[in-house]
Design a protein around this ligand. Structure first.
Ligand code: SF4
Ligand code: SF4
Length: 454
């Protein structure tokens, strides 16, 4: 990810130095995201600070009485108080785990704090924990409508996934899936799928009109597939009539017909800093396996169309689960070809480690396989890090992933649990193959020998 122009690193300051100066001087667990950053799923009324902590629900009554409750919940206020005292709040485990890897590891806590100026961070640190804060960075999902059913997703985020469960029934015998990702259609997430009125969407547009259009420096639309939501186009209509300076991002799978891509291009003209984030982590058949419904040729054509639009910046988000690793170097090569063709920012890439469901984590792979992937990635990094095509953030993401792959997997659970996760891995992909007409061992031959032992 590129360093945004309003990030508050001093000249020549490293992220480590920034952390010591701005964050550690406040408390050992301070993170600006807890005050100024929110991810909100309006289709279900779920909210969290950044996207890492598990979300929690805002009540309809609360949000009807106070639209700012969308991101100023009692849980959120308690976690802010904990961070003021240096307590590691339970929900932010993702960052603590990265930091506990040792050395100079930089977690997202730093990247998500450096977005705000020092004064705003001081105000957060010294605030009364009961106070409502207006957001500066918002990631929002209007609904879960989506044309894909990716293997690392679930019905809470995709209506195509809902169809799989409704048509084929729940996935069976996934002992370790305590959160029941695949056993039901997640009706709560789609409570308003066909309703005329959604109090959470209404609260968002009220807050948007009153404050957010002024206070937000970053707005990101996510999904489902946001290009399939009528509310996305309502927001684009607002920008047609109102001018605001902000960093605007939309997460799109880019499996859309040309007329939708052209509408997106038209909408981009009304927004000064327009960014499209799209997920991929492998090339060709591997990508089409991981992301069911994905079409490599459609995606690369749409990528090219947008890359040729001067006002649009393109970013690639790679979700790194166990099955993403075998094709990752080939995908990074593809990214490098695009960077050479267009520029260093087209695309930027991030490597986002998948944690849930645990049976898809990279850490369920045997150490010899993980070490093989880690050394391929290290070789790729060492070959290209001085090519002029990679951002420091991209190299840091590679470093982080390489270290993570060499971690002991006992962080996944107690002794014996890893074997159950591996069994669930096979159980999941066996059922996925049958439902989606796919073939795991043909697609990931380097894993076949191990897979067949499970
Ligand atoms: S500490 Fe990490 S997980 Fe928690 S809000 Fe900040 S960036 Fe997100
Ligand atoms: S495109 Fe996004 S929302 Fe749709 S299934 Fe894939 S990960 Fe889920």
């Amino acid at each position: 990810m590129a360093k945004h122009s309003d990030q508050k690193l001093k000249a020549d300051e490293t992220f480590q130095q920034y952390k010591a100066r701005v964050m550690d001087s406040k408390s050992a667990s301070f993170c600006g995201a807890k005050w100024y950053y929110s991810t909100i799923w309006l289709g279900s009324g779920m909210t969290t600070s950044c996207h890492h902590p598990l979300p929690h629900r805002v009540s309809e009554d609360e949000v009807r009485a106070n639209y700012k409750a969308l991101a100023n919940t009692a849980i959120r206020k308690r976690e802010r108080a904990e961070m003021q005292q240096g307590i590691r709040c339970h929900g932010c485990d993702y960052c603590w785990r990265i930091e506990d890897l040792g050395g100079d590891q930089i977690s997202d806590r730093v990247y998500k704090t450096v977005l705000y100026d020092d004064l705003a961070l001081e105000q957060a640190y010294t605030s009364d924990a009961s106070q409502d804060f207006d957001l500066k960075y918002l990631e929002i999902s209007f609904d879960r409508t989506c044309n894909l059913a990716c293997s690392y997703c679930n019905p809470a985020f995709s209506t195509t996934w809902v169809k799989d469960i409704k048509n084929n029934g729940p996935y069976e015998v996934l002992v370790t899936d305590a959160q029941d990702h695949y056993t039901h259609a997640h009706g709560d997430a789609g409570k308003y799928d066909h309703a005329d009125e959604n109090p959470y969407v209404e609260a968002f547009f009220k807050w948007w009109e009153a404050d957010l259009n002024h206070t937000l420096t970053h707005l990101r639309l996510t999904g489902g597939e946001p290009l399939m939501s009528k509310h996305t186009w309502k927001l684009f209509d607002w920008f047609e009539n109102n001018s605001r300076e902000l960093y605007f991002a939309i997460n799109s799978n880019l499996i859309s017909k040309p007329d939708i891509i052209n509408k997106l291009i038209t909408a981009s003209k009304n927004i000064s800093d327009f960014n499209v984030y799209t997920s991929c982590e492998s090339v060709g058949a591997r990508a089409e396996y991981i992301r069911d419904g994905f079409e490599w040729n459609t995606w690369t054509n749409n990528f090219d169309t947008l890359a040729n639009e001067p006002g649009i910046k393109l970013h690639s988000m790679c979700t790194i689960g166990a099955i993403s690793l075998g094709g990752l170097v080939e995908y990074l090569d593809w990214c490098l070809v695009q960077k050479a063709k267009y520029n260093k920012d087209t695309p930027t890439f991030t490597l986002n480690i998948q944690r849930f469901p645990k049976c898809q984590s990279p850490l369920i792979l045997p150490m010899h396989i993980r070490e093989g992937y880690a050394s391929q990635l290290a070789e790729w990094r060492d070959t290209h890090k001085d090519s002029g095509h990679l951002h420091a953030m991209e190299v840091e993401h590679l470093n982080r992933l390489i270290d993570y792959l060499q971690e002991n997997n006992n962080q996944l659970g107690p002794p014996g649990y890893i074997e159950q996760l591996q069994k669930d891995f096979k159980s999941y992909y066996t059922q996925f193959d049958a439902r989606r007409n796919k073939n795991f061992t043909e697609t990931f031959p380097e894993l076949t020998e191990w897979y067949n032992t499970l």
